[in-house]
Ligand binder design. Structure first.
Ligand code: DX5
Ligand code: ZN
Length: 219
């Protein structure tokens, strides 16, 4: 699959999310990354499923929904109904991860599993055959605009080695502090999906296009 640059709407204008979403689509992007926060798993709040549902009819972008929630299992129904196409849940909180993944998949959506920078990558290993996307956070989630943690790329490399040796087809995503200066090392490690909030929205249209080209997006 081609590589993708997925702008994070978290860095858009929350007074006019529809405009920030349209901007990404006009730029020629294919994915939008939507960050949902509960004030428990992460020390911040963003928006909710109603926002996702209300944005859905205004965009053809692929909705990559990242749930930073202590109990994502309790909120899957509204996020599925909202028109999410991929839902990513974290492995750190204590709930039935397998049941949550099954629910997402059975609803016809793609599944994603995420870990924070200091969570061991081994936690992903039991799921390599059944999950569509593994998200390695490159900052501690909660806020945009933090610095990219390079050491996470060791985990990405290990995942991509296992993908190759095991013949798996999952995608690998990085999220947090990602900018054009990280693309080369990320590609070397095996990243497929580049989430970028601050670095994307603060860039000019030309810089955005170069960024997308550098990750290998076709547009
Ligand atoms: C981090 C979120 C990210 C965030 C990335 O809590 O999961 O998706 O929006 O933003 P930047 O690119 O600004 O770090
Ligand atoms: Zn995210």
């Amino acid at each position: 699959m081609e590589k993708i640059l997925a702008p994070s709407l978290l860095a858009g204008d929350h007074g006019n999310l529809r405009k920030s979403l349209a901007e990404v689509e006009e730029d020629g992007r294919k994915w939008i990354h939507l960050d949902l926060m509960d004030g428990h798993f992460v020390p911040n709040l963003s928006f909710g499923p109603q926002t996702v549902a209300d944005l859905r009819p205004h965009s053809k972008l692929f909705f990559d929904v990242h749930l930073m929630l202590d109990r994502p299992d309790l909120y899957l129904d509204p996020f599925i109904a909202a028109g999410s196409e991929l839902i990513t849940i974290h492995l750190e909180p204590d709930y039935d991860h397998q049941a949550a993944l099954d629910k997402i998949r059975n609803a016809g959506l793609k599944t994603g599993l995420a870990i924070n920078p200091d969570t061991p990558v081994d936690l992903f290993f039991p799921y390599l055959d059944q999950v569509d996307l593994f998200l390695c956070m490159t900052v501690n989630p909660g806020f945009g605009g933090q610095s990219f943690k390079d050491y996470v790329l060791e985990k990405v490399q290990e995942l991509s080695d296992r993908r190759k040796s095991g013949g798996h087809t999952f995608l690998i995503e990085v999220d947090g502090g990602v900018g054009p200066q990280h693309v080369e090392n990320c590609l070397d490690a095996g990243v497929d999906i580049f989430v970028a909030g601050t670095s994307y929205y603060k860039s000019t249209p030309d810089e955005r296009a170069n960024f997308a080209r550098s990750v290998g997006e076709n547009f």
